[in-house]
Design a protein around this ligand. Structure first.
Ligand code: SAH
Length: 336
């Protein structure tokens, strides 16, 4: 049976209308599912209609682990037994949920643990929403913090733009003010530069976009992110330049820093050429090693040096603190 969590409010209205019910019930159903309360109560008849047509099951947390810094990593299992990892990251008084969009990933980036497993399958909208629902429930019941709605990043397993339609629908549900009611600025989608999806990015609801850049040079970037061979940097940027940005909205450029690979003066100069004239924020992520990886993590000093070079070149730059490393919950360490 199809999951109720895969339906947008509009899908639900159409379903209700096709069964001779008022479309307005969709709002009440949405509030009941996502806000857990509604001014109106649904009749048993309506519940039965829904239950006879849709599954209300959520995926289950099969394993959870906690790092010293408060990061939780969950192994979440779907009905077919396939599992993905979802991470809950504390940040000041807020929480960020890092969602997966695929089981495995087809991008095969050379620095990424998830990439070593290949793509098993895309996730359905309901499975993306399911991760959010179970982790949010965990947050409310196990951590019970004052934190209201968590932020969302699509930075778990998978390339979200390679699973465009299901991700797009999940975003619509997350942003629905009568549903999960997240704000557009609370959601960030990160892409390896999958051009067919990037070209359609304006069809997504308005959210933040991050590009995993990692090198301003095609040759080096291709060694790191093989799809650069098909989708070179120039083409990625011509698509990025067409992305509609709101006032004070920037595109984030993730820059995985690897010792002796992309941490030199020429890299800083070329980043300035590429990003100096664009609305950008650079997010340096020091490489997180994993079993079998050959790249070297840069020293803290060289991370600071590289940051200083970028700042000197008038580029807005931050260093992303690595969270959850001892439980392999950090970027690119997710594997089932
Ligand atoms: N496919 C998407 C989202 C998943 S990866 C993308 O490529 O953006 C989320 C971020 O973690 C990306 O910036 C990715 O490059 C980074 N990452 C992957 N492996 C890593 C590793 N071993 N150390 C640090 N960051 C890594």
């Amino acid at each position: 049976m199809e999951s109720i969590y895969g339906l947008t409010k509009n899908d639900l209205s159409l379903f209700l209308a096709s069964h001779g019910r008022s479309k307005n019930l969709a709002v009440i159903i949405y509030e009941t599912l996502y806000k857990k309360k509604s001014k109106q109560i649904l009749s048993t008849e309506t519940w039965n209609l829904l239950r006879n047509n849709y599954s209300f099951d959520l995926p289950v947390i099969s394993v959870s682990s906690k790092a010293n810094d408060g990061t939780y990593k969950f192994l979440i299992e779907f009905v077919d037994g396939k599992k993905v990892e979802t991470v809950l990251i504390p940040f000041h008084k807020r929480y960020t949920i890092c969602l997966s969009s695929q089981v495995g990933c087809a991008m095969k980036c050379s620095f990424c643990y998830t990439g070593t497993m290949g793509l098993t399958r895309h996730l359905k909208t309901s499975e993306i929403i399911g991760q959010y629902m179970v982790v949010k429930k965990f947050l409310e019941t196990e951590i019970a913090t004052a934190a209201l709605i968590p932020n969302i990043v699509f930075m778990g397993q998978g390339e979200p733009l390679h699973n465009f339609d299901e991700v797009q629908k999940a975003l619509e549900i997350l942003l629905d003010s009568e549903g999960a009611a997240l704000g557009p600025r609370q959601i960030t989608l990160s892409t390896a530069g999958y051009l067919p999806g990037l070209k359609k990015f304006n069809l997504m609801p308005n959210i933040n976009l991050a590009l995993s850049l990692h090198s301003p040079f095609n040759q080096t970037r291709k060694d790191l992110i093989p799809i650069t061979g098909q989708y070179p940097i120039e083409e990625i940027f011509s698509a990025l330049d067409k992305v509609k940005l709101m006032k004070r909205q920037f595109i984030t450029y993730e820059y995985l820093l690897i010792a002796e690979v992309n941490d030199g003066l020429k890299d800083a100069d070329e980043l300035q050429n590429l990003l100096g004239k664009r609305k950008s924020i650079i997010n340096i992520i020091p490489f997180n090693p994993f079993p079998g990886s050959t790249y070297k993590r840069p020293t803290e000093e060289s991370v600071e040096n590289f940051k200083a070079m970028l700042v000197e070149r008038k580029l807005r730059t931050m260093v992303r603190l690595t969270k959850g490393t001892e439980i392999l919950a950090a970027c690119g360490q997710l594997i089932s």
